[in-house]
Write a protein that binds this ligand. Sequence first.
Ligand SMILES: *[C@@H]1O[C@H](CO)[C@@H](O)[C@H](O)[C@H]1NC(C)=O
Ligand SMILES: *[C@@H]1O[C@H](CO)[C@@H](O)[C@H](O)[C@H]1NC(C)=O
Ligand SMILES: *[C@@H]1O[C@H](CO)[C@@H](O)[C@H](O)[C@H]1NC(C)=O
Length: 331
Amino acid sequence: MKLTLAFLGLAMAAAAASSVKADDLSGLSDDELVMLAVASTNQTDGPSPWDWPNMEAAEAEIATNTSDSTVNVIVPDADDEASKRSVKTELYNLGNVISKRDEFRTLTDGTDPAYSNAALQAPSYLTYTVISNTTSYDTAKASCLAYCDSVKGCVSANMYNEIGNPLLDHVFSEKSNRKCAVYGDIPTLSQMTNKGGQQLYGKNSPANYITNSALFSLYAADTPATPSGYTNVFGPLKGATSAGPAKGYMGYDFITQYSPQQCADLCDARGADPVGGRCKFFNIWRGVVGGKPTTYTCSYFYATTDASTATNYGDAVNKVTVTYSRGYSLN
Ligand SMILES: *[C@@H]1O[C@H](CO)[C@@H](O)[C@H](O)[C@H]1NC(C)=O
Ligand SMILES: *[C@@H]1O[C@H](CO)[C@@H](O)[C@H](O)[C@H]1NC(C)=O
Ligand SMILES: *[C@@H]1O[C@H](CO)[C@@H](O)[C@H](O)[C@H]1NC(C)=O
């Protein structure tokens, strides 16, 4: 059964195995609902052909839009799934980092035909700059990574040429079609999906396209700063705090970047629960759909908990998994 998120907004949701009634989703648990929403949400982005360069980097904020992609509303059998999973600590961390250029690794250098003709589309897009297209690859790469170093929160950079964009060709002072777009998340090559294809010079003009697309990311990013007034209780783990065993679930927000500070601000601002009082614990995690990171979730609780309740591992049917799950409790 396929549902759009718009529909889900109207009818919150229930399912067992493969027999879901679209108009009665009320049997879904809170854990299932958030995974379903992640499956329907897609915050991936990149510079649009019409964006001006060197804009102030995007800040973390509540994600207000979702894709209209459809999701399969089938809830896997919980026992079956649980037995296949285990909590694992992740290999690297995300967060606000101060990086050195030599800490970047090259995921692809712009010559691999599998990736060179597509720009990155990923969540946590920050901003971009135009760099010279008359220098060598090494010089351009150094400029791009230096730009990433200069942008707060940057952990990866995509450098490519965009052919057929009138702003690059005629308007911007750089007179260069080489862009360097920077992101606050560690990407995968499978996220290089934007091939252009827009007729930017007008109807019947040749479509814009991408060449020499190269992708760099930090080998390691530091642990994100713990928001003041909070203590980091666990993470990074591959399970989100489950509204089942954890007490006092108050709901969630999607946000546009992996920002514990943003979650803390939202927890602080959240209205008190009539029974449990104010938000005292939050969980931040990155949602990955079909292997591609798509959004970040803050969930809120009025009771403090720990790693033992970080047991919501995703949604196997919709291929949602949890990464970088961290818990923070109010001091
Ligand atoms: C959706 O939200 C993202 C992140 O805020 C933004 O970059 C993107 O432009 C938005 N897309 C639409 C279609 O509004
Ligand atoms: C550099 O970019 C400009 C602007 O798009 C373009 O006119 C020029 O042909 C490009 N030069 C090279 C060497 O790619
Ligand atoms: C998210 O949207 C982008 C851009 O439309 C697309 O390339 C990507 O495949 C989507 N990701 C998922 C998981 O649907």
